[in-house]
Design a protein around this ligand. Sequence first.
Ligand code: FES
Length: 62
Amino acid sequence: MYVCICNALTETQVTRAIEKGCRTPKDVYKTCGTQPQCGRCMETMSNMLDRATGEAVLRPGE
Ligand code: FES
């Protein structure tokens, strides 16, 4: 499944970037050799980072 359509980044690629130590979407883009474009993937990427790092932020209504 694609996480970032603009850069054709898959869930697997983002997961690997996180495993390599990425802790922000900016880190993920850089590690994958890409740059953010429309930004629609930021929320999904942030959620993946939160889950992977165990630093999930409690948001009202969730
Ligand atoms: S979907 Fe990721 S920058 Fe557009």
